[in-house]
Design a protein. Structure first.
Length: 95
């Protein structure tokens, strides 16, 4: 399953079209970043808005190509705070 256009729009609107890492509104991608990469734990729920953040190209590069663990942890915390109670229990069990 991939992110639907509707979910993408909801995510970027919720995040005020702003990078949730550095606060930039420049160089934004028309995609959202998955906070938790462990798709085997979430299946199709991986592409829900609780697990997505709006991110600029620079920060996306930092995470995927430089392995910035600090940013990954920051996004995991954001996702955890947005998740429903059932998902929070699942997340707590895999940390």
């Amino acid at each position: 399953m991939s992110i639907t256009f509707k979910t993408l729009e909801e995510t970027t609107e919720r995040d005020n079209y702003t990078c949730q890492c550095c606060g930039s509104t420049q160089d934004m991608e028309r995609t959202s970043h998955h906070c938790y990469f462990k798709s085997k734990y979430f299946g199709k729920n991986r592409d829900k808005s609780w697990n997505l953040v709006t991110i600029c190209r620079k920060c996306h590069y930092e995470i995927h190509h430089k392995g910035n663990q600090k940013l990954r942890k920051k996004f995991e915390q954001i996702a955890f705070e947005r998740a429903d109670e059932e998902t929070k229990l699942k997340l707590a069990s895999i940390k």
